[in-house]
Design a protein around this ligand. Sequence first.
Ligand code: UGY
Ligand code: MN
Length: 225
Amino acid sequence: DSYLPRWEKTVVRFQAAPQLGARFAQARLEIAAGGGVREAFADALERFLFVSEGEVALTLEGETRTLAREGYAYLPPHTRFAVRNESAAPAAVLGLKRPYEDIGLPPPAPIVSHRSAVEKINHNGTQGRTWEHLLSYGDMRFDMEMNILSFAPGAHFPDVETHINEHGLVMLEGQGMYLLDQDWHEVWEGDFIWMGPYCPQLFYPTGWTPSAYLLYKDVNRDVRF
Ligand code: UGY
Ligand code: MN
């Protein structure tokens, strides 16, 4: 864990970073009451924020609103922002940042929303397995997806998958077994997984309650040499 100059009363736990081989950084930000970003700032990175515990006040270009638990925001590069915990209870935020990969389209506008406003989609008709696309799915201005994948007990992927895209995964609900390359790992609510490009992967929920995870995926861009 770390403390960072721009954040007060905030423990930053980096779970993925370029040092690991990832092309993004993901952290769990534990913001004590009265803590958060000292002074609103902007930089060249794009960001995704998801409130996993408590609530925070998000200021975007001078306008502040409350993000409740499961509220989220996408901030394009050069967006001036602050996150503060103005409540009396601790808050935790998943914070992901990376360089935006410009392809000559106008960058996406900021998004501030909540999981409850997102439709659950069943892409391939499989019972008990759904996607919530938190960003604008299929919109080529975005170079990433943030999706919540849910599994009713017994529902799982039919095959092991492997792809060029990398993932940052946070278990939001339930439990299960994750195949990563050759090894099975038991995962629970709160666990994090980084999957590098071409890591063979498969999830199998266990237990009697539904399981869900929030998944970062780099998309919509050609290979880089
Ligand atoms: O979208 C995905 O790549 C997803 N099916 N991967 C995963 O859940 N590990
Ligand atoms: Mn995948």
